[in-house]
Write a protein that binds this ligand. Sequence first.
Ligand code: ADE
Ligand code: ZN
Length: 330
Amino acid sequence: MTLKDLPNVELHLHLEGAAPPAFIRGLAREKHIDISGIFAEDGSYSYTDFWHFLKVYEAACTPLQTPEDFRRLTLAVLEESAANGVIYSETFLSPDFCGNRDLAAWRDYLAAIEDAADQAERTMGITLRGIVTPIRHFGPDKARETAICAAETAGRFITGFGIGGDERSGKLKDFRWAFDCAREAGLRLTAHAGEWNGPQEVRDAITDLGVERIGHGVRAIEDLALVDELAERGTVLEVCPGSNIALGIYPGWRAHPIEQLYDRGVKVTINTDDPPFFHTTMAREYDMLNRAFDWDEGVFRQIARTALDAAFCDADTKAKIAKKLEAADA
Ligand code: ADE
Ligand code: ZN
């Protein structure tokens, strides 16, 4: 078995951020929306830095206007994930882009996404779960409405609550109400932190919001006491190396702290974040990590198992995915 054939588990993927650019271009054409400015000549998404990326991301969402659009998007995204060895995926879903946080509309969008997920499970052998995600720079009031959408639809498919967007906008404690609401509804919690801000942001995510996983979290490496604390607590980092490198947080693969975090005992996982924006796939992440750190199959198998243990899905789903991972170990 080669790295390319190893089944993998992904915990950090933004559904809209995973939209193939050709899919978004086609949808824009159907709806006569001109977003040609967000594409480079070769057809890929074009942006200058993280903050511009967020704007391009939002522009790419403008043709996604109906539940049917999200059904098609989900299928396109899962097809790509499955082709890259993903057998279980958790995706961030934002009611901001699915009916403007209106609960009745959100239910319709969700039904369409779940319908696509069921179809993909039957035909492609990939299982999807959703993490509802407010967008930090849209502010705490919208996050409250988002949390209500999450709480009202918590269950087998919606298993978690997180927060993405501009980490330099506001303070995580401003979102405490939203996270408490989600926790009380039985949702598991994660937050983007320590991507653009330093170690203190990771501490804030744990102490102010009570999250059990951290989206990125890589800048924890700047405070080794925190790294040891993360290792002791068993906090799982949803690391997205290709994303960090494409956005210029680290100058290259060998400079990325994932290996140092792993070596100090932190539970790291491997994820693609917004794969077409960063010209990556799970297969490429594996390949580049193998080249940079000489990680062998054993390391990747262990990391896939860590990711499954940290997944937010129910025990039956976990057992089913575990069997698939074990079958590949044989
Ligand atoms: N939304 C989509 N990708 C993101 C990232 N890398 N950081 C914060 N928010 C995001
Ligand atoms: Zn992300």
